[in-house]
Design a protein around this ligand. Structure first.
Ligand code: BDR
Ligand code: CA
Length: 335
């Protein structure tokens, strides 16, 4: 078995060092307003090569997630394949969609015209496997929705662990959840899939609410984007109006979290986040369903349920101004 290239590189406590020259990434997504920001950010940054978008139910049904992903690649005028994926969780009944957060169309009721483009034929899980196997070097998976497609890809081809690392948006260590007192939305939507992803022997970086709640964007941020990049920045400003209104109603301040974009930022600039290493498990039923449980290395090795769990890392904090500057610089290059 060839060594996982990401595992042969040095790691320090807070910064898992990797090369950042045009890393190949696949974003698995449920667009979604903050998903759109993450995708355009990834497309805009020269150190990333977005080799595919795979779609999943979550913020919207998977058919709409796919249409929205196609709208985004058409808007950005890039030739990035889109593969449609799971319509429902692995084991539990579907939870419903977050139209009160993202609008009925997933883009803040902006009613963007349909794209003429089509999704590619393979299911998202198959697409992920094919892309990883075909890539000469390692691929970074950036899931920013429920983890169903990633778990299905692992079922199809467990060997992908050898060539892949995962930097996902989801979960929480100390921060309360946003779907229950302990569960974050992407994990809560499919806890069994999330548990499969954290149980697998690859390196997962969990960018959860502890970090994403630190990176907040206000109207001034989006006004600036629209001024510097009238078409695509203007689109992001337009769709974020609904998202900002949701945050104002729910939390009191008209500022929103850059959840999904922070996962992309963690690929590019891990030095802008702080991490703690440890094993992660997901509660798959009961009142804590969807909770991510974090154990420091060795801490609970005397307990059977923690023995042999792979070591991952969880983001616990982020440099808000540093991430905003990273986003602004990249997005300002768009038209
Ligand atoms: C996550 O849930 C979705 O609503 C967002 O797009 C993000 O991926 C935040 O909990
Ligand atoms: Ca998302």
């Amino acid at each position: 078995m060839p060594p996982n290239p990401f595992r042969t590189r040095p790691r320090s406590q807070n910064n898992w060092v990797i090369d950042t020259v045009a890393q190949k990434i696949i974003i698995d997504t449920d667009p979604g307003i903050d998903d759109a920001l993450a995708i355009l950010f990834a497309l805009a940054h020269p150190d990333l090569e977005l080799i595919g978008l795979t779609t999943v139910y979550g913020n919207v049904p998977v058919s709409l997630a796919t249409d929205n992903a196609l709208r985004l690649v058409e808007l950005a005028d890039v030739d990035v394949p889109v593969a449609a994926g799971a319509a429902k969780p692995l084991c539990i009944s579907p939870r419903g969609h977050a139209d009160f957060v993202h609008g009925a169309d997933g883009f803040g009721n902006s009613n963007l015209p349909a794209s003429a483009r089509q999704a590619v034929a393979p299911h998202a899980a198959q697409f992920i496997v094919e892309q990883i196997r075909a890539a000469p070097d390692a691929v970074t998976l950036v899931p920013v929705g429920p983890l169903t497609n990633i778990a299905l890809a692992l079922q199809l081809a467990p060997d992908i662990c050898e060539k892949t690392r995962v930097v996902l948006m989801g979960g929480a260590v100390h921060e309360p959840g946003n779907c229950s007192p302990v569960a974050e939305a992407n994990i809560w939507q499919d806890p069994h899939a999330a548990e499969a992803v954290f149980a697998a022997n690859w390196h997962v970086t969990m960018v959860g609410l502890d970090a994403t709640h630190k990176v907040t964007l206000d109207q001034g941020f989006f006004t600036g984007l629209a001024e510097r990049s009238p078409r695509l920045g203007g689109f992001l400003n337009q769709i974020h109006q609904f998202y900002l209104d949701f945050y104002a109603t729910r939390y009191g301040d008209r500022v929103c979290a850059a959840h999904d974009a922070l996962a992309v930022a963690a690929v590019l600039r891990p030095d802008l986040l702080t991490f703690e290493s440890g094993a992660i498990q997901v509660a798959v039923d009961g009142i804590a369903e969807g909770q991510t449980l974090f154990a420091k290395p060795g801490q609970f090795d005397h307990k059977a349920e923690w023995q042999g769990r792979p070591e991952h890392r969880a983001a616990l904090n982020a440099d808000c101004e540093g991430v905003k500057a990273l986003l602004q610089d990249a997005l300002s290059t768009l038209d």
